[in-house]
Design a protein around this ligand. Sequence first.
Ligand code: ITT
Length: 199
Amino acid sequence: MKLLIATQNAGKIRELEAILAPLGVTLSTPEEFLEVPEAIEDGETFEENALKKARHWFMATGLPTLADDSGLMVDALDGEPGVRSARYAPTVEERNAKLLAALEGILPERRTARFVCVAVFIRGHGDEVIRRGTCEGRIHSEPRGDGGFGYDPIFWVEGHGCTMAELPAQVKNQISHRARALAALQPDLIEWVKTSRRG
Ligand code: ITT
């Protein structure tokens, strides 16, 4: 039994592998399908892009597919970088520096933000499940920690007293936007595993 994790982001793959391990299924990644081009992510919402990615990889491979579209929404920037989080600047360091510069002089209480993840699971034609998870926090004044990926070093996690990059991986994988979207998807994934085993 195979599940394709339709992402090319190594950080996401690492986290999804850990979160999905209890399911006991074999996970595939796009690296096994080098002939398949990347999905075009030109939607205006996380939902649209997650659906585009999941449908693209499901159609190309025929495998049950899980896609994640995610990003960081900063209240003081009207929700930016949002769906454009991966393209906000060319490198991770530049993206974090650009965000810190955009919030220069803004007081901590006005630096509220949230990570958002929309996960889509397609198990067969016409059978699409969409779930959303969020994680609240604020943008810290400087990068701290070297865990996780992306914006984690500048994301101060509400109620944890540290940045997302300072949390142990097991903790991030319980409280993150991705963990929450996947938790909401869990009943469907378990049902799929049970049905496939029976059949
Ligand atoms: P795929 O489309 O191949 O999955 P991607 O990195 O382009 O990879 P997205 O379009 O969903 O994925 O963009 C998500 C971006 O949001 C990601 O590149 C990070 O910059 C940021 N992001 C998402 N989840 C994050 C997390 O848990 N920690 C830090 N940054 C995150």
